[in-house]
Design a protein around this ligand. Structure first.
Ligand code: IPM
Ligand code: MN
Length: 358
């Protein structure tokens, strides 16, 4: 996406701590706007648990249509303790991911300087890779059904759908990213091809075929269970990992912990030809709601990803630099909620200040 005069950004603060972290994220985006002369038009949407409980509406199709006119979406968190599990996940988050065909879920895994990792003796240089998670298919497709529900003979079928087109565009994106990162130039396909042989075969064949277009990228294979082990034992082996939707969901929570916690892990739901959505990986964390103790860095880092994809690379880098100053120069004690030594608002204020100062 090329640079523009001004950006129309849809903002969905959502539930729980979502509004608090989004408030800080917007503060930082505005600071970047002041410094780099970027104009934003933020359009607020109150979708989430509260609205659902009030009106019974999760995300109307008309809103999805409206989203298609935006430049990007900035999302806080969805998940409300009084709403039955699955309603907001499917009706809001997945509806946007699928509806806008955001087929890539990009999750960088980076240990920032000064941040403690539970992995012994690992340094920032050892934990620096990206996970490319397929984001519109697999076990998330919602295909399947229940039969004889509530009886002793009950059957539940949950299917994983993998299409040639979906797998191909995902692995191609991963190859391109590996090339662009220009680090080890190694792409690892993470799967379970030893057991899930049908989808494994499709992924592996497609991975090899598309790989011919990228002779400079080395191809690796790792089963998902072993991937978890390597992520803990030797994270420095990874450059880019590409994987299916469910595996990607699971391994990126593990990855987030290795980078110091959910407080800093950001993700981008990308449609390279359309509208993308940026969010922290963490959920709505209801128990911390309104306490001004949650770490907003994941949301702030997601804002930086948004700027990068919009083509505002300088501004994106300035935000990343500000995060590294905060963590690396001892401003923040921990990224855990309540243990930062700073409030949510103070973290946002400091990052905004660093971004403005350059
Ligand atoms: C994530 C979340 C979502 C997912 C949930 C909330 C549907 O865990 O973004 O990783 O499973 O993709
Ligand atoms: Mn998840």
């Amino acid at each position: 996406m090329g640079k523009k005069e001004g950006y129309q950004i849809g903002v969905i603060p959502g539930d729980g701590v979502g509004p608090e972290v989004i408030r800080e994220g917007l503060k930082v985006l505005k600071a970047s706007g002041e410094r780099f002369g970027i104009k934003y038009d933020f359009i607020n949407y109150d979708f989430g648990g509260e609205r659902y409980l009030r009106t019974g509406e999760v995300l109307p199709n008309s809103a999805l249509k409206e989203f298609k006119q935006l430049d990007a979406i900035y999302l806080g968190a969805v998940g409300h303790p009084e709403v039955k599990t699955g309603i907001l996940e499917h009706g809001l988050l997945l509806k946007i991911r699928f509806g806008l065909d955001q087929y890539i879920n990009l999750r960088p895994v980076r240990l920032y300087p000064g941040v403690k990792t539970p992995l012994a003796n690992k340094k920032p240089k050892d934990i620096d890779y990206s996970v490319v998670r397929e984001n519109t298919e697999g076990a998330y497709c919602g295909s399947g059904g229940a039969f004889k529900k509530g009886t002793a003979d009950e059957i539940a079928i949950q299917e994983s759908i993998n299409t040639k087109k979906g797998v191909e565009r995902c692995v191609r994106y991963a190859y391109q990213l590996t090339k662009k990162r220009n680090k080890k130039k190694e792409l690892t396909l993470c799967d379970k091809a030893n057991v899930l042989t049908y989808e494994g075969d499709l992924w592996r064949r497609t991975f090899s075929e598309v790989g011919k277009e990228y002779p400079q990228v080395k191809q690796n294979f790792a089963f998902v269970d072993a991937t978890c082990m390597w992520m803990v034992k030797n994270p420095e082996w990874f450059d880019v990992i590409v994987t299916a939707n469910l595996f990607g969901d699971i391994i990126t929570d593990l990855a987030a912990v290795t980078q110091g916690g959910m407080g800093v892990a950001a993700g981008a739901n990308i449609n390279p030809e359309g509208v993308s959505m940026f969010e922290p990986i963490h959920g709505s964390a209801p128990k911390y709601t309104g306490k001004n103790v949650i770490c907003p860095l994941a949301t702030i880092a997601a804002g930086a990803m948004m700027l990068e994809i919009l083509g505002e690379e300088e501004a994106a880098k300035a935000i990343e630099k500000a995060i590294m100053k905060l963590t690396g120069e001892g401003y923040i004690k921990s990224l855990q909620a309540g243990k930062m030594g700073l409030s949510t608002i103070e973290v946002g204020d400091l990052i905004a200040k660093f971004v403005k100062e350059g």
